[in-house]
Design a protein around this ligand. Structure first.
Ligand SMILES: [Zn+2]
Ligand SMILES: [Zn+2]
Length: 270
């Protein structure tokens, strides 16, 4: 612990429907916590783009981050990113979004299955959890095949609710052939796997994905890791980043990546 190269590459501002604070406030907090860099990644849920008014939110987010970038120049390295939810459910829309602004980092996410609510809202007593997870990993594989993102967000996201909130135990070994397929293709495509540290401060108590999957990614040829707190308010900026760095190191990675203009820049874990 006591790392100097602390970067938080998954952060939400009030320009996300579930975020609380301005980019400037998030930056001030990052300075207090001795972070070196932040990448803002407000939500853009591609499958409800019009209904959710995401075009306006994205424009606000882009402009606000650009302002923060110039305000903190020389003290905090700020990058402009986006968390693209469900891009493969409407690939044309996803490409329209990516052509709209020049991002440093695009996070690829799956928060819900097709025409279904976010995993957060599902009543798990009424569904077959195994088939739900089968579908989830299928959609993640589709996302990885699509390939137009930089880092794969919070793999195993449904477990945050299934295990963390509803205490339903899941044996992930059942899904390992599919998870291996996902990790192999991600590695082959030269994409990053995100260590999402939000689970460390939630009931699940683990990163998403957990250490076993991160180690497996390395074994299957994965080279690029990003780390993000997924903070939705100023208090969580940088939360769990050092633990995430320690896990990456333990799994055989000596560097984490920072994305600028969609290109990974290796940053030593130290
Ligand atoms: Zn997410
Ligand atoms: Zn997020």
């Amino acid at each position: 612990m006591g790392y100097k190269n602390k970067l938080d590459m998954h952060i939400h501002t009030a320009n996300s429907y579930d975020g609380s604070h301005s980019a400037i406030r998030m930056c001030e907090m990052a300075m207090k916590k001795n972070l070196r860099s932040l990448t803002f990644t407000d939500h853009c849920e591609v499958d409800i783009y019009e209904k959710g008014n995401f075009e306006i939110a994205m424009t606000h987010a882009f402009v606000e981050v650009a302002k923060a970038k110039s305000a903190f120049m020389g003290t905090l390295l700020i990058n402009n990113g986006i968390e693209l939810g469900q891009p493969v459910y409407d690939k044309e829309k996803a490409e329209h979004i990516l052509n709209k602004f020049e991002y440093d980092q695009v996070i690829g996410s799956v928060h819900n299955l097709r025409n279904r609510p976010d995993f957060y809202f599902i009543d798990y007593s009424e569904v077959d959890v195994d088939s739900l997870l089968d579908e989830y990993f299928y959609e993640i594989f589709e996302l990885v095949k699509w390939d137009k993102f930089d880092t794969l967000a919070h793999l195993t996201y449904p477990l945050r609710y299934i295990v963390g909130q509803h205490n339903i135990q899941i044996d992930l070994n059942k899904f390992s052939p599919k998870i291996d397929e996902i990790l192999k293709l991600l590695a082959k495509n030269g994409k990053a796997l995100e260590i999402n540290t939000s689970g460390l401060r939630q009931p699940i108590g683990k990163t998403m994905p957990d250490e076993d999957i991160i180690r497996r990614f390395k074994q299957l040829g994965g080279e690029i890791i990003t780390i993000g707190s997924d903070a939705h308010n100023e208090n969580d900026v940088g939360a769990g980043i050092e633990e995430g760095m320690a896990i990456a190191k333990k799994c055989g990675f000596n560097e984490i990546a920072l994305f600028q203009k969609r290109t990974p820049i290796p940053i030593p874990i130290e």
